[in-house]
Ligand binder design. Sequence first.
Ligand code: NAP
Ligand code: ZN
Ligand code: ZN
Length: 349
Amino acid sequence: MLTVNAYAAASPTEPLAPATVERRDLGPRDVLIEIKYCGICHTDIHWVRGDWGAKDYPVVPGHEIAGIVSQVGPEVTRHAVGERVGVGCMVNSCRECGPCQQGEEQYCIKGHILTYGSVDRDGTLTQGGYSTHVVVDQDFVLRIPEGVRLEEAAPLLCAGVTTYSPLTRWGAGPGKNVGVIGLGGLGHVAVKLAKAMGAETTVLSRTLAKKDDGLRLGADHYYATSDPATFEHLAGTFDLIVNTVSAELDVDAYLSLLAVNGTLAIVGATPKFSLDRFSLVRNQRAFAGSQIGGIRTTQQMLDFCAEHGIGAEVEVIPAEKINEAYDRVLASDVRYRFVIDASTLATAP
Ligand code: NAP
Ligand code: ZN
Ligand code: ZN
């Protein structure tokens, strides 16, 4: 066992605080990673604060991990000491079911093991990346190509693959018109990816406050969804809209923006919504969802980002600012992802 420093939540109502966490002894196929950076995903906040029901505590959140391999088990063939690597939302799955065989481990029929908050093979609770080190099976460790800085790569491990998956699944590319709802952590990466894929890309944000940023990130157009004229102007125009917002969504209004055969894909944790069947019947529209992405897809996404010079726009913070960062994410005061510098955990607690 390796005891390492971390930041943990003891309950849904207490602020996160310095803690230690046990990492298992290196198994034959395990990789020990020295974490350099870990992104703060809005999902961490939903999880810690109990938005998604009762969870086990204490929990060390964090599933946007970037670091360096510091040790490998004797049977590890895919990674070597010194390699730049990442870990996303999953650290294991059954590997035998249909989805696992197809590289879609996030839909594992027996349930994938999340990077934090899941019961691991050894019966312990997994603990995430707000920490200095993590031990992960080699098959769930990704290569971070040269050319993407580690701090800018970290958010790609969740925000990147979560948006890359629906964009590729529903054909974002040249000649396609793609809308992204919400310019936050996921949304800003979605804009960069959609543009690099060759799609005409539009940001659908609540206001025009971040318009300059949106255009700088690569968007061709930027509209305020608080303005009813936006919905009249854009009616029937999009082939794909990806929703990254976790708040209430007027699903019918966004479906009305889809062209024939268009798809509205939900990745944000939108609460329950109502839907008029005519919104789908007209234009043969589809309403869909997508969860993170498989390991193979995650590697493809990282390679695509390196090829196109894509990284997240980050604000690197010391661990002691995690609680402040949570409040700022909840207030939509993030440009566009907080990333924890894990070296600031080295001396705590
Ligand atoms: P984020 O950085 O907080 O961005 C969310 C964006 O939503 C904000 O920047 C804001 O964009 C918009 N927004 C915030 N509050 C709103 C409100 N009250 N009404 C309308 N729009 C609002 O969050 P994130 O890290 O990108 O995560 C977004 C969601 O995706 C979370 O629910 C997270 O749990 C979920 N998620 C899902 C998956 C998956 O696998 N499906 C993976 C990762 C995350 P504007 O200011 O531009 O309007
Ligand atoms: Zn996430
Ligand atoms: Zn499986």
